[in-house]
Design a protein around this ligand. Sequence first.
Ligand code: ADP
Ligand code: MG
Length: 253
Amino acid sequence: MDSLKIDNLTVTIDNKTILEDFNLEVKSGEIHAIMGPNGTGKSTLTKVVMGDPNYKIKKGHIYFNDIDITKMKVDGRARLGLFLGMQMPMEIEGVSNADFLRTALRSKEDNFKLYSFIKELDENVTKLKMDKEMIHRGINEGFSGGERKKNEILQMHILKPKVVMLDEIDSGLDVDSLKLVGQSVMEYYQKQKPAILLITHYQRLLDYIKPDYVHIMSDGKIIKSGDASLVKIIEEEGYDKIKESSASVRHEK
Ligand code: ADP
Ligand code: MG
């Protein structure tokens, strides 16, 4: 069993604290959803876990199983099996999707087989209803928002990560693509039983990807955790009210 453990993490950028004493553990076979207002630190959390050097870790640790990865570089974390489907995937000219995936996979797997790679790539592109020609284009070059998101999911299927973080994978997707992507993530989940950390604003993604735990994040920390029924409360009450009630609970203690 694999586990991603975030232990008392405090993160700053330009001397501004973004995450504060943040704690979370996600184990294989578990789906955790994080919801919360804009600018709360959700994307920062995923980027820091992936090893983005722009953020400064002031305090705390990140563990993958028993390995302290707090200071590990991005490629090391990726090789261990961490994956981030980004909110705004970048365009990288001059490196084709196929070349990128082949190189990434080769560095990760001892017995890389070109034929099965091509076959698997082809199958996944078809399933995700992506244009076949896209795999030979530069990474995300000229891709629409929705196509970029599908491309992230394609990478997930090929790289087979053990920890999958998906940052607003639903943004930019039309209803049909949302369903396709949601089902595609679930299919991966059933097959590989990864640990999943999902960031979203909307119930509609959670109709397809059913979370075991829902966390509400505000000002760089989790202020409330629960099961999927919490999503309904968020939709009815909004974040502000939950924030007020959690603050008063803390005050009473
Ligand atoms: P969320 O994903 O919850 O909307 P983010 O993690 O993107 O929030 O951002 C949290 C806060 O950190 C915001 O106030 C944002 O402006 C700030 N922030 C994030 N990344 C950077 C950066 N690279 N430089 C400066 N400020 C940043
Ligand atoms: Mg974000």
